[in-house]
Design a protein around this ligand. Structure first.
Ligand SMILES: Cc1ncc(COP(=O)(O)O)c(C=O)c1O
Length: 473
């Protein structure tokens, strides 16, 4: 494809994207295809010769699009969002054109230095300690994996990296049952086994109980097990609970455990002074992660990972084969040793575009709106005779169940599950199931850049209408 054909094809794609931005609200939010339906339409063999751009676009429209779940839909209230602000879109196009691998300063100085500058901007926006260092990871899962590895090495005097787990002392990793599953995955990947995870009891608000944490650590110490890491959560996945960082930090420090804070979703809201108290105590953390790709309009993937002591992280992950040595040596930042990947995308450009084209105030306004609309919705659910508000509002997240007057718990659980299936099959909106205190509930969170108050109201009205049509349990 020469640059002339590229230009023509690219113009068509830009038109397609702009039309999609205008028309995304008319698609069912969740793809309505059956398993295998997309695959069944794809030829088993690749084409031997080149096909036309028109043929590929036609198949994209007819085969791929029906199998797409629309994360940019204004009535996407499921999971946590993966936002695409148009400014981020524009940056992603440039990133794609440059095709940079930002593994070393030398392999693209601008990528590295922009990343350092953007991490400093985020520190300022979230009021994080100025002495911290930052890196952009692909996902929060990767940041948590790095934290587990750094904790493992710090607790064992960097011996596991040298000689493996064979003679290593037993380590323990603490978090609450509310924490994201990425900690379990990280501990397993680090070769430490699920049995080394301790799930600390939570209180009525689903927040970790510091006293229970201290007691568990003491018990482990008595048994000769080293407390290696504590992971606290601000904005848990199921219900948006926030652990008390101050108290947890004191206990982690007293036990010399690595303190990691996961605010993958809620972190973005910390740019609003009125929510920042949820991060009080974060200054005692060894590492902190949040995903601008969840709630700051920067499209997937962009996970901001901060560390108190970059040397601990880099020492844990460092490798230096001859072909990666550069004449600048340690006088510059080589992000190759700050994460799992060697090759790295130029993600900082998305942050730069979004923050500059929106301004901090623009981002704050978006987040405040989401929170306000969900607070209003929570009041509606609380007042509804046939629904129960189960948790929240925690920032822009609530959970509820469907329990028509007079119905027992078991019946309400069945109806709640049926309602969720009906809502997601209907396609007008998209919600997520979770379990709270052993019972199924429906989560509703607002965070999509395209969402308006009317979308929240319309989605709720549809939930109520579909509930009314449900067969009884
Ligand atoms: C609290 C929390 N932590 C971590 C993650 C994992 O995020 P990622 O997909 O960036 O690994 C999620 C995902 O929703 C989350 O809610």
């Amino acid at each position: 494809m020469d640059s002339k054909s590229f230009r023509e094809n690219a113009h068509q794609i830009i038109d397609w994207i702009a039309d999609y931005m205008d028309g995304v609200k008319d698609y069912p939010v969740r793809a309505q295809v059956k398993p295998g339906e997309v695959r069944g339409q794809l030829p088993a063999m690749p084409p031997v010769g080149p096909e036309s751009f028109e043929a590929v676009m036609q198949d994209f429209q007819s085969i791929i699009m029906p199998g797409v779940t629309h994360w940019q839909h204004p009535r996407f209230f499921a999971y946590f969002p993966a936002n695409v602000h148009p400014a981020s879109h524009l940056a992603e196009m440039l990133i794609s054109a440059l095709g940079i691998n930002a593994m070393l300063w030398e392999t693209s100085p601008a990528a590295t230095e922009l990343e350092e500058a953007m991490m400093d901007w985020l520190k300022t926006m979230l009021l994080l300690p100025s002495e911290w260092s930052g890196v952009i990871q692909d996902t929060a899962s990767s940041a948590t994996f790095c934290a587990v590895l750094a904790a493992r090495e710090r607790a064992t005097g960097w011996q596991v990296n040298e000689t493996g787990l064979g003679d290593a002392p037993k380590l323990a990793f603490y978090t609450s049952a509310e924490a994201h599953s990425s900690l379990e995955k990280a501990v397993k990947m680090a070769g430490l086994g699920k049995a080394s995870i301790r799930l600390v009891a939570t209180d009525a608000d689903h927040a970790m109980q510091p006293k229970a944490l201290a007691a568990m650590m003491e018990e482990d110490r008595k048994a000769g097990i080293i407390p290696a890491l504590v992971m606290a959560t601000v904005g848990s996945t199921s219900v948006g609970a926030a652990d008390p960082l101050k108290a947890i930090g004191v206990i982690a420090r007293a036990n010399k455990a690595y303190f990691h804070v996961d605010a993958a979703w809620a972190g973005s809201a910390m740019i609003c002074p009125e929510f920042r108290h949820l991060l009080d105590g974060v200054e005692s953390a060894d590492s902190f992660v949040f995903n601008p790709h969840k709630w700051m309009g920067v499209q997937f993937d962009c996970s901001a990972h901060f560390v108190r002591d970059k040397d601990t992280l880099v020492r844990t992950l460092t490798i230096l084969p001859a072909y990666l040595e550069t004449r600048e040596g340690t006088t510059v930042t080589d992000y190759r040793d700050w994460g799992v990947q060697l090759g790295r995308r130029m993600r900082a450009l998305k942050l730069w575009f979004v923050i500059r084209l929106q301004g901090v105030e623009g981002l704050q306004a978006m987040i405040r709106n989401h929170v306000a609309w969900i607070e209003d919705l929570a009041a509606v659910v609380r007042d509804a005779d046939d629904f129960e508000l189960v948790t929240g509002p925690n920032l822009s997240l609530i959970s509820f169940r469907y329990c028509p007057i007079g119905c027992e718990a078991e019946e309400a659980d069945i109806l709640t599950e049926r309602l969720l299936t009906a809502v997601n099959d209907d396609g007008f909106t998209y919600l997520t199931r979770t379990v709270v205190d052993g019972r199924p509930v429906i989560r509703f969170q607002a965070g999509q850049v395209n969402t308006c108050r009317d979308d929240v109201i319309a989605a709720w009205d549809r939930v109520v209408a579909l509930a009314a049509d449900l067969p009884q349990a």
